[in-house]
Design a protein around this ligand. Structure first.
Ligand code: HEC
Length: 176
């Protein structure tokens, strides 16, 4: 009887594995079960990674909202130069800290919902270049916005938006 029950469980685990995903779950729970202290350490490290991912997503959302507010104001017919300059400062400040937002282990393997592609860590030079292009464009845009010259601001905004899109094309899950 025992044998039959075991056979059924093993059989259903196999079926799940065949459907995909289950194989990994089974392996993980086997590996973590015996050593409690290792598990605690691992989850503390994971909590840190989760916090890093959530913080960068908050920053990115704030950048998205800032870009939207800027574009709307630019298109409104009477651009609010103070508002645009304020949002430009937010984007420029984020661009400076962005190199710290993607530590090793904060990709899809962290088990958190993230749109960061593994290419970030597979092609670190390419990613660093995308960050650096963005930083340069953010500073140019910040300077133009502070000057109140709306023609220069509009041109710099297009360049800046291009650096967001260029990085998303290569390093972010394509969902739009
Ligand atoms: C060097 C790469 C890079 C640059 C430059 C960049 N992004 Fe992103 N962006 C990413 C990655 C990677 C993600 C996915 C992050 C995640 O899900 O953990 C992302 C996600 C986002 C999100 C979704 C955040 C969320 O979780 O809902 C928004 C909004 C966003 N970016 C806006 C922008 C804007 C606006 C700019 C330019 C002003 C920009 N990004 C520049 C790489 C970049």
């Amino acid at each position: 009887m025992k044998k039959v029950v075991f056979g059924m469980i093993a059989g259903s685990a196999l079926m799940l594995a065949a459907c995909g995903g289950a194989e990994e779950d089974v392996a993980t729970s086997d590996a973590e079960a015996p050593a409690a202290s290792v598990t605690t350490e691992a989850s503390a490290a994971n909590a840190e990674i989760v916090a890093v991912i959530e913080a960068r997503q908050d920053n990115l959302k704030e950048m998205g909202a800032s870009m939207r507010a800027i574009s709307e104001s630019m298109r409104s017919g009477s651009p609010d130069s103070a508002l645009i300059s304020e949002k430009a400062d937010i984007i420029a400040a984020h661009s400076q800290t962005m190199p710290n937002w993607f530590p090793a282990g904060s990709g899809p393997e962290a088990g958190v919902e993230t749109e960061a592609l593994p290419t970030i860590w597979e092609n670190p030079e390419g990613f660093a270049e995308a960050v650096s292009n963005f930083q340069a464009a953010a500073v140019v845009f910040q300077t133009a916005a502070a000057s109140g010259d709306m023609a220069a601001t509009g041109g710099a905004l297009r360049t800046l938006g291009g650096t967001c899109g260029a990085c998303h094309d290569d390093f972010r899950v394509d969902d739009d």
